[in-house]
Design a protein around this ligand. Structure first.
Ligand SMILES: Cc1cc2nc3c(=O)[nH]c(=O)nc-3n(C[C@H](O)[C@H](O)[C@H](O)COP(=O)(O)OP(=O)(O)OC[C@H]3O[C@@H](n4cnc5c(N)ncnc54)[C@H](O)[C@@H]3O)c2cc1C
Ligand code: FES
Length: 261
């Protein structure tokens, strides 16, 4: 599918923590075309500074043509985005990349860490809409509860079983979300859908391999173009050579890529 460039209006911006923001954009064409796991490239400044657009996962779409992005301020681009106000326009290209494959034969569980939770909400909603697959069990991890609370509410509103872990113990298990995963018996024939810090995704990949579960991971790389032109996003492939995270991913079967930490 070809990507769409839209000049989108910021409908709403919510600050969840000093560093984490949720932004809602009016992007009807992108909302209509997107599937969970795909991303958009956003021009974060008004001019050519910064020159490159920044990639963000689509965290929700609505029938009314809205898309939502959850982002953490880590540098110049995300800093500029956090200072945007409702009513301002931003240029967005998307939907980009290959999203999650919903395997209807397997029992799903979703596991996300920090802002990596973003695409999993879209995925959970799509699984619910389709009604083809069993309800997923959800595992959410973050540094502190304020980052998580609005998201927990969104997942619980779907009637899903949600397990929570925080680094500071302010909500759920005090520790890593993968520790909670290890304590829950998910049964046989599962598929993990994973997005978050690399070490967390590696731990889930190893867990799934041990239990003979399927595992799909959404990888984060640096991306200059987001559409196959620059090689900035390549990841070593387990069959040899490289794969482009921007158009062959960002979602891969966890066995397809070489895990370099
Ligand atoms: C497919 C994809 C989806 C993404 N989805 C989200 C999302 O939903 N929410 C979100 O907050 N972020 C997401 N990211 C990461 C986001 O794109 C970066 O945080 C952003 O580009 C940083 O821009 P900046 O100008 O603020 O920081 P820069 O000034 O470019 O960089 C600041 C610091 O952050 C580091 N950094 C930059 N990009 C990344 C990255 N991709 N991974 C790790 N470290 C990085 C740099 O090395 C540097 O140390 C995604 C990335 C990809 C590839
Ligand atoms: S980001 Fe340019 S080729 Fe993938």
């Amino acid at each position: 599918m070809s990507q769409i460039q839209e000049k989108t209006e910021i409908v709403r911006i919510d600050q969840l923590t000093p560093e984490v923001f949720r932004i809602t954009l009016d992007a009807p064409e992108i909302a209509a075309a997107a599937v969970p796991g795909q991303f958009v490239m956003i021009r974060t400044g008004n001019s050519s500074d910064p020159l490159l657009r920044r990639p963000f996962s689509i965290s929700q779409t609505s029938n009314g043509g809205l898309i939502q992005i959850l982002f953490k301020v880590v540098g110049r681009g995300t800093g500029l985005l956090s200072h945007c106000r409702e009513g301002e326009k931003v240029s967005v290209i998307g939907p980009l990349g290959k999203g999650f494959f919903i395997d209807i034969e397997k029992n799903p569980f979703l596991i996300g860490g920090g802002v990596g939770i973003a695409p999993l909400l879209f995925l959970a909603k799509r699984m619910r809409q389709k009604g083809l697959v069993k309800d997923p069990v959800v595992f959410l991890g973050a540094a502190e509860s304020s980052e998580l609370l609005p998201l927990i509410t969104d997942f619980e509103a779907l009637g899903l079983q949600v397990h929570v872990a925080t680094d500071d113990g302010s909500a759920g298990h005090h520790g890593l979300v993968t520790e909670v995963l290890n304590e829950v018996d998910l049964g046989a024939d599962c598929m993990g859908y994973v997005c978050g810090p690399k070490l967390m995704m590696l731990a889930v990949h190893q867990y799934c391999r041990k239990l003979e579960y399927g595992c799909q991971v959404s990888v984060e790389t640096s991306m200059a173009c987001g559409m196959g032109a620059c090689l900035g996003c390549i990841v070593p492939a387990s069959k040899g050579g490289y794969v482009h995270a921007c158009y062959e991913g960002p979602v891969f079967d966890s066995e397809e890529i070489v895990w370099e930490i």
